[in-house]
Design a protein around this ligand. Sequence first.
Ligand code: BEZ
Length: 202
Amino acid sequence: MVVDTVAINRRSNAFAGEESLWLFGYGSLLYKADFPFLECRPARIRGWVRRFWQGSHDHRGSPEAPGRVATLIRAPESVCTGMAYRITPDVLEPLDVREKNGYLRFTTELAFTDGGTAEGLVYIATEDNAAFLGEAPMQEMARHVARSRGPSGPNRDYLLGVARVLRELGADDPHVFGLEAAMLAWESGSGDPVSGAGETSA
Ligand code: BEZ
């Protein structure tokens, strides 16, 4: 189901009156920072893990066949690596529209990898949003990503973009790298990279 979080996000007054604020990116914002920013710094947030558990009806899929994109899931002992952008508050308006399908703004502490911390914003699609797909076996998620596409392009390009930037950042993210490996193996016809067994058709 398509949801629209624009109005809810616009009611948020976190960072109201500030000249700039930090926005933490962990999904499309890693490889598609097509908005003006004052500076960007690799950063981590504690207590969340990245998972390809959110449906995308408007970017990497369609209402009939949603794609699978990243959201954050609470995991108290975990750390999620991403990129922090310092932006002016007006930049949030187009981002609210771009990421309207279930993503809400949350406030969290960012730890910059080169030192220091700051309060910042992050967009998260929580488990209770109508577009949430949740967990599925890795092979199933890989096939889902491989075959989905939407107005922003193939779903696979989103996954490859996230994985590429995480590699550049030196981040350890077994979920993303495992999904990428499973998708590439599926595309090359070698099937299940975990067991090494190719899928056979009856
Ligand atoms: C991000 O890349 O941080 C992001 C993911 C989903 C919605 C908005 C931003």
